[in-house]
Design a protein around this ligand. Structure first.
Ligand SMILES: *Cc1c(COP(=O)(O)O)cnc(C)c1O
Length: 400
């Protein structure tokens, strides 16, 4: 494959029409935020929708609101999976809480529910299942584990917008749900976050919190539009080598940081989202089709189980390679990449407090790779990718 062809590991197209609507949003000609909120209420069958600047911001605001609900003053712990996006622990810390980790199940990449009950204490404020890769978490099981205690379930569907189980949408199955509209997610508004909840008491607190935060000023709104244009062009495989080779952009790097802004979403992002439901449906169909193809093609690479009656959306397709270090040179340009560099207990900020007691999360973080499923993956590059992986699979045989 040519050097000048580089498949991004994940991507959600932004079209010229979206940018045009973003521009209309910039000049406040239409109230796109109102439209977006109404459509989300309808789609998720939810009473309250809040639009913010990122998934992290959404989770931070949610947790801050939960602690303000009567009776929660002394609760200061939030349970999250030991293998998940680094933004999750970052939001917990930013909101002023302690991160409690729970190891994961290697087959489902969800919590190991048999371990979860040992992590629950009087101090537990909330549990955050993460629906990784758009695979719905087992929230029914989680409800059984927390039953009888006032613990909130925050359904983090940042990677799972449109995924469902028994026709119930991911994100709508807990007390609150959140989504991310960042570049690599199911669809994007450059950056953005959504909170949904049917709990009016919590909604009231979130409203108060968001009332006091800053809005995007005109300059940062304009920058969002510029970024939308740049992403819309450079995300294509025949141009993606340009940003991929600019180290300053740090594409594909996962860094832990609590230095992020919490803002209300701007009307520019509302404009970029004008046709979101159609885009979401089309993109997710394509992703599911690519995932189904991978599942059929790889007989020996591990397959992760999904729950009965569930529809996973696979914003990336996870595979597990059986050896610790695989030479994946050249694979980067095919969009094959690691998901996270390590489990949460390997982030320096969390290291000292928790010794290596999350063996599954650690193991998964070493072996799990992702394949691209997005709409810019065409048949011939998918073919090349499969060939490359079959070679890797062959070379692994006998090593482990
Ligand atoms: C991406 C992601 C987030 C954070 O979303 P941002 O918009 O990037 O802040 C939170 N949780 C999970 C599981 C994610 O994948």
């Amino acid at each position: 494959m040519s050097y000048f062809y580089h498949i991004p590991p994940s991507a959600a197209p932004i079209y010229l029409r979206d940018i045009f609507n973003g521009l209309i949003g910039f000049f406040q000609i239409k109230d796109y935020l109102h439209k977006f909120r109404k459509e989300l209420e309808e789609y998720f069958q939810t009473k309250n929708v809040f639009l913010v600047s990122s998934g992290r911001a959404a989770l931070t605001a949610i947790l801050q609101a939960l602690s303000r609900i009567d009776g929660n003053i002394n609760k200061n712990e939030v349970i999250i999976p030991a293998y998940t996006c680094y933004s999750v622990p970052a939001a917990v810390i930013k909101a002023g809480f302690k991160v409690k980790l729970c190891d994961i199940d290697p087959n489902t990449l969800d919590f190991d529910y048999s371990l979860l009950k040992d992590e629950i204490t009087e101090q537990t404020l909330a549990v955050v299942p993460c629906n990784l890769f758009g695979i719905p978490s087992d929230i029914e099981r989680l409800k059984q584990v927390v039953t009888g205690s006032e613990i909130f379930i925050v359904d983090d569907a940042a990677q799972a917008m449109g995924a469902s189980i028994d026709n119930k949408l991911a994100g709508s199955r807990g007390d609150l749900g959140l989504f991310s509209l960042d570049r690599g997610k199911n669809f994007t508004t450059v950056e953005g976050g959504i909170i949904i909840t049917n709990r009016d008491d919590v909604a009231e607190e979130i409203k108060k919190i968001l009332h006091n935060i800053e809005e995007y000023n005109k300059i940062s709104q304009f920058l969002l539009l510029i970024k939308a244009m740049i992403i819309s062009i450079l995300i294509r495989p025949y141009l993606y080598w340009i940003p991929a080779n600019l180290p300053v952009l740090g594409l594909g790097e996962t860094r832990y940081s609590t230095q992020f802004e919490i803002r209300r979403m701007s009307n520019v992002q509302g404009g970029l989202a004008w046709n979101w439901l159609n885009k979401l449906k089309i993109f997710n169909e394509i992703r599911k089709r690519n995932a189904a193809y991978y599942r059929q093609t790889f007989s020996r690479l591990n397959k992760f189980k999904i729950l009965e009656k569930s529809e996973a959306t696979y914003h990336r397709y996870p595979i597990s390679l059986r050896i610790e270090e695989v030479n994946m040179d050249g694979a980067t340009r095919l969009g094959i990449s690691k998901m996270y560099p390590g489990s949460i207990d390997h982030i320096p900020d969390f290291k000292s407090q928790q010794e290596n007691s999350y063996p599954v999360a650690t193991e998964v973080s070493r072996k799990l790779f992702c394949l691209p499923t997005h709409p810019y993956l065409n048949k011939s590059s998918r073919q090349k990718l499969v060939q490359q992986l079959q070679k890797v699979e062959e070379s692994c045989k006998g090593t482990n």
